[in-house]
Write a protein that binds this ligand. Structure first.
Ligand code: SF4
Ligand code: SF4
Length: 312
């Protein structure tokens, strides 16, 4: 049988926010949603993307000379300016750039190639109850490859976590059942119209898959809520998400305060940042909402570096 090829855009070792303990996080390319606050916008189109890092650029002009499609204009003052409508994502500019200021994201790898990186930190997983986390993008868009990777990790005694939007067919989702120790399951809004309009998500599909994950006997499900000003950062929206979690059988919720860490990537990809001007949230601002969830019977965490005190 041919080994599945995985389309990924990054592997991060020593992650501490993607599940229990110290983890290696593998980021799969491609996403069915288009959340305007996404901190991994390079994943959204599911293909290689050209990124330009202005701060690293020495204005040497090599990329301009190398582009076979006339997609780069150049002057020593402005440096390279990319016309994305002409770019064929061939990578010639990135290959000649000596400063790593032009970079193609996204690559194809085998399960074994990923595992070669993952097993390097086995010692840390054992000490911290960590393991591998598959994130994205949406891992279940590559459900065969995802299942093969999770099985390979399990066979080596490495625990598994998957971060998912849940916005995939039930059939694709089933390929991961029985292979995941910790589910990090995103639930962004409980109003199907708002969810659809802002992210393109299908709430009934998401809830159906959340219930599938929650029926798993030997795994933990953490419902993760990115809390976004202007979208769900209000009592009505968050209470709706808490209710939906409880109705689906969930008990554990992790609130993720909005941050702007991915903002610079939009400029590097030549895209507009839709949340321009919006400040990140302090986790203290979420405490009153967490307290509401606690009173409703949920176990609420607020992710972040500082401990949050959640009052009753
Ligand atoms: S990726 Fe290819 S087509 Fe696009 S700007 Fe670079 S050299 Fe030109
Ligand atoms: S080759 Fe690299 S450093 Fe030179 S102008 Fe292009 S992006 Fe900048």
């Amino acid at each position: 049988m041919t080994e599945p090829v995985l389309k990924i855009f990054d592997i991060q070792r020593f992650s501490i926010h993607d599940g229990p303990g110290i983890r290696t996080t593998v980021f799969f390319n491609g996403c069915p949603l288009h959340c305007p606050w996404c901190s991994n916008p390079e994943s959204q189109k599911g293909r290689t993307e050209l990124m330009h890092f202005d701060r690293k650029c020495t204005h040497c002009g090599r990329c301009f000379q190398a582009c076979p499609n006339g997609a780069i204009s150049f002057s020593p003052e402005t440096g390279p300016v990319i016309d994305r409508s002409k770019c064929r994502r061939c990578g010639s500019c990135a290959r000649v750039c000596l400063s790593d200021a032009m970079r193609m994201t996204g690559k194809e790898v085998t399960v074994e190639e990923v595992m070669a990186t993952v097993r390097r930190d086995r010692h840390y997983y054992e000490k911290s109850s960590g393991g591998i986390t598959v994130s994205g993008g949406e891992p279940f868009l590559q459900s065969e490859g995802l299942a093969a990777l999770l099985k390979a990790a399990r066979e080596e005694g490495i625990t598994t976590a998957v971060e998912t939007t849940g916005n995939v067919s039930a059939e694709s989702f089933r390929k991961g059942l029985g292979l995941v120790d910790t589910w990090l399951f995103d639930l962004k809004h409980a109003d199907p119209e708002i969810l659809k309009e802002v992210t393109g998500g299908n709430l009934s599909l998401i809830v159906e898959n959340l219930k599938q994950a929650l029926r798993e006997k030997d795994s933990q499900v953490i419902v993760r809520v990115p809390v976004i000003p202007g979208f769900n950062f209000d009592e009505k929206s968050l209470t709706g998400i808490f209710r939906l979690t409880l109705a689906s059988g969930g008990r554990q919720v992790d609130l993720l305060p909005y941050h702007v860490l991915g903002k610079s990537k939009y400029a590097q990809l030549g895209r507009e940042y839709a949340q321009e001007g919006e400040k990140g949230l302090d986790k203290k601002e979420l405490i009153p909402y967490a307290a509401i969830g606690q009173r409703m019977g949920l176990n609420i965490m607020i992710s972040g570096k500082d401990p949050a005190v959640i009052g009753g």
